[in-house]
Structure formats: C-alpha cells, structure tokens
Design a binder for this molecule. Sequence first.
Ligand code: CFN
Length: 528
Amino acid sequence: MNARNIVLDQYSAKIYKNRKEHIMEVTEETKTQPIAANTRTVPGIITNRGCCYAGCKGVVLGPLKDVLVLTHGPIGCGFYSWGTRRNKAKAEDGRNFIEYCFSTDLQEPDIVFGGEKKLRQAIDEAMKIFNPKCIMICSTCPVGLIGDDIHAVAAEAEKEYGISCMAFSCEGYKGVSQSGGHHIANNTVMRRIIGTGDVQPTKKFRINILGEYNIGGDGWEQERILKRIGYEVVAVFTGDGSYDALSKSHTAQLNLVQCHRSINYIAEMMKTKYGIDWIKVNFVGLEAIIRSLRDMAMYFGDPELSARTEEVIADEMAGIAEAKDYYFSKLKGKTAALFVGGSRAHHYQKLLADFGVKTVLAGYEFAHRDDYEGREVIPTIKEDADSKNIEHIEVEKDPDKYQAFLTAEQYELLKSKIQLEDYYGMIPEMENGSIVVDDLNQFETDEFIKLLKPDIFFSGVKDKYQIQKAGVVSKQLHSYDYSGPYAGFTGAINFARDVTMGIYTPAWGLVTAPWKNKSVLKAKLAGG
Ligand code: CFN
C-alpha cells in the first residue's frame, strides 16, 4: 500500500471522504487530475492555516513602512502579528512604523457596548504621537460580530485630519484561510493607492515586483540584482514598501509576480486598468532566477539588456561557484518535505533541486487549485483564428474543458500544443511517486514523517516543534528562523548553509520522547 493510502485508511469514513480529495500521489495519471484546495478545513482537525486578518494585515498591509496599520480588536491579534514574519524595512524619512504594534486593545465592555469610540480615540492618539499620512484599520473577528462601522470611522478621520484612512473588513473568520485577506487588501490598495501618485518616468526598464515581502531581506537581494542589470524598481508590493512607491507603481512597464497567490488580483487589475503586462518570476533557486531574468529580458526585447543580463548572471554564478559545489556535495541525495503557505512549497523545491535534494512530500496551507495544478501561459486558439494562428493566453490546463467551444481541428491542435512543462505549478513539476497534500494537518504530518522519513521538513511556526519532537530537523520557511535572505544567488548559498548545518546536526537523531523509555506518571508520583 502506498503512503497516501496508509494515512487515509486511518480516518473515519466521513473524514476519509473529505481528505482523499486533498492528498495525491503524483503519477503520470494523477498529474493531470484536479486536487481539492481552498475549501473549509474539517472542524477539529489541527490545521496550520491562518485567518483572513492574517492575510490582510499580516501579509499584504503589514510591510508598508510609512503606513500606520491599526488592529481593531483584542490585543492578541496585533501582538501575534508583530514582528514574527521578519518582513524587513528601512526607514526612508526617519520613520518606520513596522517596528510598532498598534492596536485598540478591545476589552469586554467594548465588546458589549461597541468599540467605535475606542477606535476614534486610538486614531486621535496615533495622530498626536506619530502624525502618519496614512492609517489602515484592520478588523478582527469580534469587530465583525458586534458590527462596529470601521469604514465610517475611517471616513471621519480623513475629514478631520486630512489624511488617507482606509478600513479593511478582514475579520479573521471570513473565508477558509488567510487567502481571502489577501484579496481584501489587494482590492483597497488598488482602489485607493495605486495610480494616485505623480511621477515622470525617466528610465527605460521600469518594473514593479509584486508578491515580495522582504522576509529576511529577500526583496533587497532581488533589487540588488535587478539594479545591476539596469532595471528601475518602481515599487515592491509590499516588502520594505511604502505608500508613496505604491502610488506611483502604475508608471512601471512590467509587473513581476513572485508570489502569485497573494497578489495576482492586483497584477490582473493593473493589466486591465493600465495595460501593464505581468509575468510570473521566481527569484528562489538558481535555475529559476536565471530563467526569470531571461524571461524579463525577452519581454523588453532589447539586445543590450539581454547582454547585460547574461553578464550579471555569469558574474553572480562565478561568485558562488565554489560554495555551490561544496554544499551540493554535502546535500546531494537528501530528501525534503515542504509544507508552506501558498507559494513557497513550490518555489523552494527549485532551490533544493539546485543542491541535489529531492522533495518527497509537498503541500500548501491555503493555495488554490491553480497554484497546484499550474496555470501558465500556454497556447490556445482564438475564436476567429485559422488553425495556424495560435496566441498565448492563460487557460486552465485541461483542454477537454474547451472542447465544446472549438472545432475538432482546433481541439486537436490545442491538445498537441500543450505540454506538461508548460505549466508552472507544483504538481506537474514534481517527480512521480512523491506526495502532495493540501492543508496538511498535525496527524498527517506525524504519519508522513514515519512513512517517508525525510531528512529535513520545511514548515511553519506551529508545526515546527512537532516535527522536531519526531526527531527530524525542521526549518521554518515563513520567517527563516532568524536567517536569510534566501532569494537571489547569494541567498541560495545562505539557504544551503543553513540546511547543511541542520541536517548534519546530530541532535535530531538523539531525540526520544520521555514517555518512550520511562513512565512519566510514576516519575512524577515518586518525586512527590
Ligand atoms: S511571505 Fe508569502 S509567499 S504572501 Fe503568503 S503565499 Fe504567507 S506569510 Mo508565511 S511564508 Fe508563506 Fe507565501 Fe505568498 Fe509568507 S508561502 S504563509 S500568506 N506567504
């Protein structure tokens, strides 16, 4: 029996029915099949997912350094999202609000009698002490339940102080994960900020980086490489980001999308409103970076830019060649499990592969089907086109879906043009025999560790210690456990160094749970 079935067979019939749609063993046959994703977690199962507030405040808005992001809710929500993600930012005008935790600290009486008064007070206090030009108010669960009108309070504050004040109804319980929060944040950032700034474009190759949050300094490393080549980075959404930069971002010529899951909405809206094209990039993993840089050069179609791109690639690769060979020799043949968010479990497989590490198990917490199954620019046929005229647009990978709209000839042509390699999603790129799990839970983590015995397990803060207790080294891929950057060429070496240190630390092999070799109850009684 394969690992998938061994795990599933331990569930009751009801849970089995649900979870079997979320767990897949990758084979030639299953590679083209759908996986269930972005659906409600079974109540009672210990999931690693976050909430809508986490996606909105924590992920997309939190990294904006010149915006005062105010959590309207009990202190826990603001406190837990304070600094834990390690999204770095440097002050530009002497101020950097991301060092602070702003919260209305709602108490029981506020829940009973309403919290709007406290929100107004918090805004007054924030204006007196910090005088920000923009305040963003983020709702937590109880605020939605008691019905505080945060949008009305924001409108009042705009009038009173002449600042920009936006409210986000991102109550934690909305939707099935943090994914809904990304969407809520994207919509308001698009509606209220992008396009409001004034700037005269001067340079030639102006780009934005979307879905890059500068965890551990990743964004800085990307900017360094892009500037070396000759690009102007107009705005980064939203790592080390600022209101000002975002407001001018509509003047860029191309949007790069690093994390598709969290920001594809803005990429699409900017394409519609300003006609700015976007391409998916991945600055994590050496081959992936090189491919991304070449794609960008190809987009602009400038021979000088292409030549400069190749020069920088060659120089950066030469700079890390020795370290790369060393870490490859240490890591080749090791195996990894990856369970992270909505894009990293895919991106980091590329980086691991650069060092000869095979991913045997991977999954996302909250990704959607397109992140798993792939949704890349693939050839399809325009309605009025003759059979030779194929243009590139995005479609889902299953050509059968389009059969009804196409002539038999067009359908055959479309099918013949589609290659699995065309998709830039997790499943099509994984090796046969590996396992993909959506919304992995605590029980399944334990079971898959026993069955697949990965040398290292990349995951998050909630499951990190569970994995270590099972005697397997665990590396956080959300905050990088105090390390980074991992993006870019030198970032790849930082990553390989940390992984090597982890795997070669003998401690993990010595972990034995205390109840395995002594009676915990007896020991306690004897000790009084
Ligand atoms: S920085 Fe991003 S890369 S934004 Fe997203 S989907 Fe989270 S905070 Mo944790 S590490 Fe993770 Fe991704 Fe995009 Fe980070 S894989 S879960 S919501 N994520």
